[in-house]
Ligand binder design. Structure first.
Ligand code: AMP
Ligand code: MG
Length: 399
């Protein structure tokens, strides 16, 4: 059987992502991580007025050359505005951030000033503009502070807040429905029962999807029954994405693919040259993308990182979102398993040169959640690589 390469599978997923649709306005205080739907512009010049960069005295630079005693005519704090023009031969006490009075063109720093009985004498001449921050020198009103398509980070939000912006236009969050199949599955924290295991994939998918910016709708666990599976899938097909966990293999109790077919979800691909995650199924119905994820917890995580997460990012307008590989190198030799590109759970720590060094966990397997807990993510060993030596460059996926 020829399996679809990971890259080719991702390209099919990316091609199936509809362009982001509606935008909405959100307060800047809830914009972190959202994607700008249009350029976010500064509402003001920054600084908004010429202001002092220091505590000291607003002066006319010409009055400091040669230095002479200047009459102190008052004091101006940040937030206040001078009521008159600064006359030649005078100085106005000023604090950092206060608006420079008209007539003044420099600020004499306190450290460079000698004060005596109502007069201040500069230690030496100062140039025009000394300790002055000019209006608009940082940002002009209307300047782009976050371009359309940017993922808004703390840096954008800080700049926009400073620039008088209270809300931004962002793309709508994609809605992802999550369904898990399996008669054996127990709810979170439920008492153990013979023959049954605790369900984890819905929680994992919710956490990963929310981290990728989606809104998540969780559905109840469905037993492995054809009619129940079809009904549950139908109820979950409304959003931008449906992720169904389990039941996409070829066993007698795998009812997901027939249910999807019956409901008119068109198959785009099934099975990828990937371990863990080979049985991944992907299809679409209208604008809804549907992922059938293999039930083993590490398969679910791997398929999310490689396919579902980047798709969710594209759906919310992050132009060119891709699987989040980062460069790393192997600390020990590693090889792919059975002709598939193999994601190995690994410890990933920065080496002395700053490069991530990957040490695969001793146990490797799609069901080994203990190994997952002991790892920081995966490294990908390409299927055709043979054995890679210690020190070989690899791609990592961080959790
Ligand atoms: P499946 O893909 O349904 O054949 O499931 C593969 C393996 O993953 C089986 O051992 C299941 O018990 C396990 N599994 C399936 N769904 C989940 C889930 N939601 N949480 C944890 N393990 C699961
Ligand atoms: Mg199952």
């Amino acid at each position: 059987m020829t399996l679809l390469e990971i890259r080719a599978a991702w390209e099919l997923v990316a091609a199936a992502c509809p362009p982001p649709s509606a935008a909405e306005t959100v307060g800047l205080d809830s914009a972190l991580g959202r994607v700008a739907a249009e350029d976010a512009l500064s509402a003001v010049d920054l600084p908004p007025f010429d202001r002092s960069a220091m505590d000291g005295y607003a002066v006319r630079a010409a009055d400091t050359d040669p230095p002479s005693a200047l009459a102190i005519v008052g004091e101006l704090a940040a937030g206040e505005v001078a009521s008159s023009v600064l006359a030649p031969g005078s100085a106005l006490g000023i604090t950092t951030g206060a608006a420079l009075p008209e007539g003044a063109d420099a600020v004499l720093r306190i450290e460079d000033a000698r004060v005596d009985r109502g007069f201040v004498t500069p230690a030496g001449p100062i140039a025009v503009g000394t300790a002055v921050r000019y209006r608009g020198e940082d940002v002009a009103r209307g300047a782009v502070l976050a371009a359309a398509g940017a993922v808004l980070g703390v840096h954008h939000v800080t700049a926009l807040a400073s620039a008088g912006v209270g809300s931004v236009r962002v793309h709508r969050r994609p809605v992802m429905h999550v369904l898990a199949t399996g008669t054996e599955l127990l709810e979170l924290g439920a008492p153990p029962e013979p023959g049954r295991i605790h369900e984890s994939n819905r929680l994992t998918l919710r956490l990963l999807a929310e981290r990728a910016g989606a809104e998540v709708v969780l559905h109840p666990v469905v037993p492995d029954d054809a009619a129940a599976t079809a009904a549950a899938v139908e109820a979950a097909l409304g959003g931008d994405v449906l992720a169904v966990s389990g039941g996409v293999s070829v066993g007698p109790h795998d009812h997901v693919k027939p249910a999807l077919q019956e409901l008119g979800v068109e198959e785009v691909f099934w099975r990828v040259r990937l371990k863990p995650g080979k049985p991944l199924w992907f299809g679409r119905r209208g604008a809804t993308l549907v992922f059938g994820l293999p039930g083993n917890p590490l398969s679910t995580v791997a398929c999310f990182l490689l396919f579902v997460g980047p798709a969710l990012r594209r759906l919310q307008g992050e132009a060119g979102a891709e699987p989040p590989y980062v460069p790393a190198r192997l600390a020990v030799p590693a090889r792919p398993a059975d002709g598939r590109t193999t994601l190995l759970t690994s410890r990933l720590v920065h080496g002395s040169d700053g490069v991530l060094e990957a040490t695969p966990t001793e146990g490797q397997g799609s069901h080994l959640t203990g190994a997952l807990a002991a790892s920081d993510g995966f490294v990908a060993i390409p299927h055709a690589a043979g054995e890679l030596a210690a020190g070989a460059a690899v791609q990592a996926l961080l959790l």
